[in-house]
Design a protein around this ligand. Sequence first.
Ligand SMILES: Nc1ncnc2c1ncn2[C@@H]1O[C@H](COP(=O)(O)OP(=O)(O)O)[C@@H](O)[C@H]1O
Ligand SMILES: [Mg+2]
Length: 301
Amino acid sequence: MIQTPLLEVTGLSIDYVLPHQTKRAVQDVSFRVYEDEVFGLVGESGSGKSTLCFGLMDMIPPPGRITAGQVMFNGHDLLALSREELRQLRWSELAYIPQGAMSSLNPVARVYDQFADTIKDHEGKQPRDQVQQRICEALEQVNLPFDVARSFPHQLSGGMKQRVCIALGVILNPKLLLADEPTSALDVISQRVVLEMLSQVRQNLKASIILIGHDMSLQAQVADRLGILYGGKFMEIGSTTEIFNNPLHPYTQRLISSIPSIHKKLNISILAQKGLSEAEKQVYLNSTELREVRSGHFVAV
Ligand SMILES: Nc1ncnc2c1ncn2[C@@H]1O[C@H](COP(=O)(O)OP(=O)(O)O)[C@@H](O)[C@H]1O
Ligand SMILES: [Mg+2]
């Protein structure tokens, strides 16, 4: 089956230009996200996940800048768009749930108004009952009652707030949803609920999701494919099944073997609990090519 890529990233590099040095946070990264799939972007803190995510929206905060590469999204050459074209595309085709999204909700506005403003911003003024209907449906998608619309953010639990953020992200029916660590601030039970909601929303919308996180076992529950990022480069990309059954890169093997429930099952019990040695880091950072070793399974060499 030939799948159409919704997003095709080629040779993307992103630098932070600091007074005395330039830090390359994303290094010559290429990957695709297909229609109707969840792509899990996994990596430890500082591996470049958020920077890559900002890059996909041409929204790198200073002193960061894109130094090379192309981002094709749904027929648009994204990095060539004007600011206004980009603004239109965001939300409507490409929605973003920022890291720490819950705190990005306006504390002094009712949930209803935050939805209504988003709709008005992008589609102009609409009849009141139509707006209300859409907000009701968006909340329903994440299993929240319409009552929630009348609340202020502080009246909701963390899990509910995160579900409001998801509903807000999808109110304009985007084709791709970028969710940066949507569950990292939640307790274990809410994490699972929020991930299930994301999965459900994706199915209803027939959208794709790039799900960013550092917890590989959590990601594996919802992601169709995984990309393992280290030092701003992909170490491995493949289907979730393939990555778990046949992890090829030593870094991926480490990540998997550090998952407690899997640890005993797999025969790759390496020094998972220990940090990476300097020599290992150098090998990972010096890889120059992402090689397709089996159909759809790529590994850094
Ligand atoms: N505003 C910034 N200025 C300078 N360096 C930054 C900035 N933001 C991120 N970085 C650096 O870029 C790298 C990737 O960071 P980030 O994308 O936030 O990683 P992650 O989201 O995976 O934790 C890190 O080394 C980080 O220190
Ligand atoms: Mg981050």
